[in-house]
Design a protein around this ligand. Structure first.
Ligand SMILES: [Zn+2]
Ligand SMILES: [Zn+2]
Length: 536
């Protein structure tokens, strides 16, 4: 059996592992590549996927970095089945349509810009609504613990990953030449004690384990501490008559925040007359899906529900579906909590709440999720004094809170504890879904603590798995890597340097603090050039 790593290899996004046995060719996950331009290019060239020759997909969960390329597959000839849990199926429906809509809007915007500069409007979306719609009829739902056989010689079983609603660990049994090998794909492993979600299931045996490592190099703060920090933000802005703005991902994080607010209200830490606005149509739909799949929620939540309490409801909760509802929130000058998307502030309604509140002393901005490098959210977290939103510079006077304890991923110790459940004798571990530095850190801990063989595969690396837990390289990752044409980048750099030379006199007339800032940028640029030079 062969396995090819098409994503989440030394990076977090783009999860996809293509497996070829003597009877079938299939893949675990089909995530979108997100991040730098270089990484996002992988969404365009899908030759390595060969979608028309994939028999089926098994999807661990609905997050776009695990499912976002499914419409690209249907667009390019995939017609097989897509196996997922029932809540994942429902979430895929809303998330993939939303993703297609984002692609369409982005392409339309690009075309407008092209037309304005007198060029041909030839931008096309990565995929369109009809491609996302084509995914849904292919989805076949399976329950946790149910063994199913998607192809001859292959059986699989979902276990609760405790990450988001319906998220699964995949146990895969592959029979070849009379021998059965067991592969386990962890998907994203949840944080134990997470609100709403059950703790991740323990798995006890595998020949090959493909394990996520997002937080391979650090632990999270405690839950109670995080709840206290949220209470502090609320009390700060309430007493100042201002708003608390919470950028949150529509699925899971929003629901966890609603639940946290429910707990704070019960503990007297959320003023009864402070309205809470849920300003994201996607989050409103996702919250309905959570409510629909109550049996997937943890026992604490089920007890609350049985007692007649709805943890996702607050007496003062207001859902704003229309744009007019959304605009109205900032027309009132009352203290309020606003939960909106996107979680990293790079798109959606959250931008307009930031524009209205960032500059107000007394307001608070509360970050409850991961902020990727380069996003507006990351800039605010890193202490920017102002930020550009919709072509306008907005000063930052609001108090910024960064709360780490709401993560939906296991931290380092929790990953190691999950691994402890395996009878580890001889198991081969592949670390996936993590930045390389975090993976190296975790790999050395696993080697030390469990004496296991750990490999960190690279993008496009291909290996053959053999009975006896051996594997051999088929294609060296470096040879398989798509070549990047570096010449245009050098030409671009030279032109930019010429521009800078032409502006030197102007720089010298700026204030001393501005000159110091420019000097700093020069030093950083020189450092980067040195780094490039030393690579040869
Ligand atoms: Zn995830
Ligand atoms: Zn993920």
């Amino acid at each position: 059996m062969k396995i090819k790593f098409l994503g989440a290899a030394r990076t977090v996004t783009g999860s996809c592992f293509v497996i070829e046995t003597d009877k079938a060719r299939f893949a675990i996950d089909c995530g979108m590549h997100q991040g730098s331009d270089q990484i996002e290019k992988r969404n365009m060239d899908i030759t390595p996927y060969d979608p028309a020759h994939i028999d089926f997909f098994i999807i661990t969960h609905a997050h776009i970095d695990h499912s976002g390329l499914l419409p690209r597959m249907t667009q390019k000839g995939f017609k097989g089945s897509i196996y997922a849990t029932e809540p994942t199926g429902d979430l895929l429906n809303i998330l993939l349509l939303d993703s297609a809509h984002i692609q369409e809007v982005e392409a339309a915007g690009k075309n407008k810009r092209l037309l304005r500069t007198g060029m041909k409007a030839d931008a096309v979306p990565l995929y369109a609504t009809k491609d996302a719609e084509a995914v849904m009829p292919l989805v076949k739902t399976r329950k946790y613990d149910e063994v199913f056989s998607p192809a001859p010689g292959i059986s699989a079983r979902f276990q609760d990953a405790g990450h988001i609603l319906g998220a699964a660990i995949v146990e895969l049994f592959v029979e070849e030449s009379g021998e059965t090998l067991k592969l386990v794909f962890s998907g994203d492993i949840g944080r134990p004690n997470q609100l709403l979600m059950k703790d991740p299931s323990s798995v006890h045996q595998a020949d090959y384990l493909f394990m996520e490592s997002t937080y391979g190099n650090r632990n999270h703060k405690g839950e109670l501490e995080s709840l206290d920090e949220l209470a502090e933000a609320i009390s700060y802005s309430y007493s100042n008559g201002e708003k608390v703005v919470i950028p949150a991902f529509a699925v899971e994080r929003t629901q966890e925040i609603l639940y946290s607010l429910h707990l704070l209200l019960r503990g007297g830490k959320l003023p009864k007359d402070m309205p809470v606005y849920l300003d994201s149509p996607l989050a409103i739909k996702a919250t309905e899906i959570f409510r629909h799949h109550k049996s997937y929620l943890d026992s604490e939540t089920q007890i609350l529900i049985k007692a007649g309490e709805d943890p996702l409801l607050l007496p003062n909760l207001k859902m704003s579906t229309s744009t007019a509802d959304s605009i109205r929130i900032n027309e009132t000058r009352e203290p309020a909590i606003v939960i909106s998307a996107s979680g990293m502030c790079n798109a959606g309604r959250i931008k307009h709440h930031l524009r209205h509140n960032l500059w107000r002393p007394g307001a608070s901005i509360v970050f409850v999720g991961f902020q990727a490098e380069g996003t507006p959210g990351r800039k605010i977290v890193d202490g920017a004094k102002k930020i550009r939103i919709n072509n306008e510079d907005i000063a930052i006077a609001a108090k910024v809170f960064t709360i780490n304890g709401f993560s939906a991923h296991a931290g380092q110790d929790q990953l190691l504890n999950w691994l402890k459940n395996f009878q580890t004798g001889g198991m081969q571990v592949f670390l996936v879904h993590g930045e390389f530095s975090a993976q190296e850190h975790l790999a050395s801990l696993i080697r030390d603590k469990f004496g296991l063989s750990v490999t960190i595969p690279e993008y496009l690396e291909e290996i053959r798995l053999k009975p006896g837990r051996h594997f051999e390289a088929i294609k060296a990752p470096v040879a398989a890597e798509v070549q990047t044409n570096l010449s245009p980048l050098l030409a671009d750099l030279k032109t930019k340097l010429d521009d800078v030379s032409g502006k030197m006199e102007k720089f010298q007339s700026l204030s001393s603090s501005q000159q110091a800032e420019i000097a700093d940028l020069f030093r950083q640029a020189t450092l980067n050039i040195d780094r490039i030079k030393n690579r040869s």
